[in-house]
Design a binder for this molecule. Structure first.
Ligand code: GAL
Length: 773
């Protein structure tokens, strides 16, 4: 997907691509590196360069990024004597080895700008300043060491540290956030840079879909350049998918769409992509003035400011006129004109007397994306085969190592799997004491399945945002030996609040670590099993046998008959399917499934959990862009599965036969599962008078119908436009003629093109709603 995504970023008006480097992926085992396939970051940077763009290398190697364990490999945690992100020799040696490795690879490939490469900037650590206090003096010396270590690598381009207000010089301290216009770097000579402008927000299991309006993102960017900013990066411009088990805290789903300008599948998220593209063009039209000028800001009214940049060489001017109020403003700049500046918006004025852009006036299409069923696939129903997870060994208490305590899960699994079996046995002679007993487990894992004497007695998972719960279920023990097998599953490796962020986040225990695990008998008699002899097994047998891999020799055990097990925990399912035709992105709808992991042709497409339903409350039908955005604002998808559709990149697919394999942990029904494509369903165009209306379906689709068109004073939002009190009579016909049957069309919003309207001299607007087929 890289070339297409990079191209779309370039067309969107970006000059540089910023990316993190993920330590856990590149060094999954100590000193065993992987830079192949999708981990070939050198190739990524070369593609960026071929596209004519610059690059920004954010090594971290702690990256946060809602990535598992913040990007740290878990073997690091297991090195004796190590302390992460502080002045600890063992950690620093590992960090230096990895950072040097990455830098050396870039140097060999001649990727740094002085070598003729695209990389113009690099980052060490990540927002350490926000969490460094509890590390005390060791934190201060660590950040100093980070700076010296990075500088010693001589990369020939500047290093930055984000959110590090005491960044040692010559590290450049940069800002991250929804707004950074007020930010001042710690050195007055440093450029004012914004490394993460959060275009939306992430989504956690149980959470809803975030939405940050295009008008507000544009406002934040324009305010930043108005206030002297020189470098602004979107986080994310494309968030994509957390394939495999890479999702991190807080309890992040497989999709990392982030409401970014390029959606999870690489489609343009419109109007955000287009509105920002026009903003970039407007700002760049003033580039010569902005980069060689002095500026001054004048307060026009309360909350209304005019910032004037005057070129030192030519005297040319470029202005930003902002209104940070929640009410619209009419500004009279005398000889330089009169301007309508909507609430919470910035107008960009070329020559300080001509509006070329306003952040709240959207002249870009809105695309309502749709999932479409593939006809070919629909005509042949999927046929499923299945095999149950073999648990004969674990349900009989047999593992691969033992201990007399309840182990911490990530130390035991080294994160090779989400799963760890904890097994023990207990001898009962007085049965009456233990007939109506309870099994009590205190866990810091996310999910627990408890089996006693081969029977599942209960499953439980954490309530959202809480990494710790108590499991207590009735159990009847028998005389003699009873076997207790507990399967603990993690969803991400995080701290107690489910975050991979914060001081000492890495030390939070996961799994049944320490317990206690107890049996509670009649009269509340407690038998504490925590110091029993425990037997352990990392991962599932199906994982060991690589059941997810079509070429695995154990693949022959699948059963194909019409007694497909439904809602049965611990099942593997398999089906064959044809890739949907065309070029639209492909998703699998996992409606009906519970929780687990999915693979296509042996590649993991991530964890699924459609049984996890988003909160019922907190969604809004409409969204007001005005005012400071905060997470939780303008949410949608209440009371639906947090994530129902899972992305299958076309590059994972064969032309003919493909295999989908699901591991279902809590019980689900695969019969409703289907493959779909993602494309534009409804398309809405908007253009203010004098601007060009441009509309475009996805490649391979055409506009089949114009459902609404009015040049005048129409109202409403895409999907519910209404005519106003005046319009040009032939609005609909003119647009039908220009657009129906075409993939793209454009039309100028003017009386010259539409003929005269009944609106008189008031400024008009064109709104169009069309269908793509
Ligand atoms: C920042 C962090 C990013 C990401 C972001 C939230 O604080 O640097 O890596 O986690 O928050 O999406």
């Amino acid at each position: 997907m890289w070339p297409d995504l990079i191209q779309k970023a370039k067309e969107g008006g970006l000059d540089a691509i910023e990316t993190y480097v993920f330590w856990d992926q590149h060094e999954p085992q100590r000193r065993k590196y992987d830079f192949s396939g999708k981990l070939d970051f050198i190739k990524f940077f070369k593609l960026v360069q071929e596209a004519g763009l610059y690059a920004f290398l954010r090594i971290g190697p702690y990256v946060c990024a809602e990535w598992n364990y913040g990007g740290f490999p878990v073997w690091l945690h297991n090195l004796p004597g190590i302390q992460l992100r502080t002045d600890n020799k063992i950690f620093k040696d590992e960090m230096q080895t990895f950072t040097t490795k990455i830098v050396d690879l870039c140097k060999e490939a001649k990727l740094f700008a002085p070598q003729g490469g695209p990389i113009i900037l690099a980052q060490i650590e990540n927002e350490y300043g926000n969490i460094m206090k509890p590390y005390g003096e060791a934190g201060k010396s660590y950040i100093q060491w980070c700076a010296n270590m990075a500088l010693s690598l001589n990369i020939g381009v500047p290093w930055i540290m984000c959110q590090q207000s005491d960044a040692p010089q010559s590290m450049i301290n940069t800002c991250n956030g929804f707004y950074c216009d007020d930010f001042k770097p710690n050195n007055p000579k440093s450029p004012k840079m914004w490394t993460e402008n959060w275009t939306g927000w992430y989504k956690a299991w149980g959470g809803k879909d975030p939405y940050r309006a295009a008008e507000d993102v544009a406002f934040s960017v324009a305010r930043f350049f108005q206030a002297g900013g020189v470098f602004q990066n979107y986080y994310m411009y494309h968030g994509g998918t957390n394939f495999g088990r890479t999702s991190g805290g807080p309890f992040i789903v497989t999709s990392y769409e982030y409401h970014a300008p390029l959606d999870e599948f690489g489609n343009l998220n419109q109007p955000k992509w287009g509105h920002l593209k026009q903003l970039h063009a407007a700002i760049k039209s003033g580039e010569k003035v902005l980069t060689n000028s002095s500026s001054s800001t004048k307060q026009i009214g309360n909350g209304t400011d005019l910032t004037t940049y005057v070129s030192n060489s030519t005297g040319q001017k470029f202005c930003f006129l902002s209104n940070v109020n929640l009410e619209d403003a009419n500004v009279d700049l005398q000889k330089d004109g009169k301007y309508f500046v909507p609430a919470w918006s910035v107008s960009i004025l070329d020559g300080c007397n001509k509006e070329i852009y306003n952040t709240a006036k959207v002249n870009t299409q809105t695309s309502l994306m749709e999932k479409k069923s593939d006809e070919a696939e629909n005509s042949t129903k999927l046929s499923w085969s299945w095999v149950s997870e073999s648990m004969n060994d674990t349900l009989s208490g047999k593992g691969s190592f033992t201990d007399t305590k309840l182990l911490e899960q990530k130390a035991a699994t080294v994160d090779l799997s989400d799963y760890l079996w904890y097994m023990t046995s207990v001898d009962i002679d007085n049965v009456t004491q233990w007939t109506d007993a309870k099994l009590h487990v205190n866990t810091t894992g996310h999910v627990l399945h408890a089996y006693v004497n081969q029977q599942l007695i209960g499953s439980q998972w954490e309530a959202r945002g809480n990494n710790r719960f108590v499991f207590e279920q009735p159990v009847t023990l028998k005389s003699g030996t009873n076997i207790i097998s507990l399967l603990s599953a993690t969803v991400v490796l995080t701290n107690l609040y489910g975050q991979n962020y914060g001081s000492f986040f890495d030390l939070t225990p996961t799994g049944i670590a320490g317990g206690p695990v107890q049996l509670i008998g009649k009269g509340n008699v407690v038998k504490d099993l925590s110091s029993n002899q425990w037997s352990y097994k990392v991962g599932l047998n199906g994982e060991d046998r690589r059941l997810y891999d079509v070429h695995s020799p154990s693949g022959s055990n699948w059963t194909l008959n019409n007694r497909l097990p439904k809602r049965v925990p611990m099942m593997w399912y398999k089906t064959e399917f044809k890739a949907p035709s065309g070029t639209d992105p492909v998703v699998v709808d996992l409606k009906g499934m519970g929780k687990g992991q999915a693979w296509v042709n042996g590649q993991s497409i991530g964890r699924f959990w459609p049984a996890y339903i988003a909160d019922k409350t907190g969604c809004s039908q409409t969204c007001d862009y005005r005012g400071r955005y905060h997470t939780g604002n303008c949410m949608s998808n209440c009371a639906h599965p947090t994530q129902r559709w899972y992305h299958i990149p076309r590059s994972f697919l064969n032309k003919d036969e493909n295999t989908l394999i699901l591991f279902e942990e809590i019980g689900g029904t695969p019969s409703p599962v289907s493959f779909q494509t993602v494309t534009i369903g409804i398309l809405c165009g908007s253009a203010y008078e004098g601007n060009l209306l441009e509309m475009s379906c996805q490649t391979g689709h055409t506009i089949s119908e114009i459902q609404f068109a009015s040049f005048g004073d129409p109202q409403g939002t895409c999907g519910s436009f209404k005519k106003g009190s005046c319009e040009a009579a032939n609005s609909l016909y003119a647009i039908q003629k220009a657009c129906v049957g075409k993939t793209n069309c454009s039309f100028e919003a003017s009386e010259a093109k539409f003929g005269s309207s009944t609106c008189g001299t008031t400024s008009k607007r064109l709104l169009v709603q069309a269908v793509c087929n």
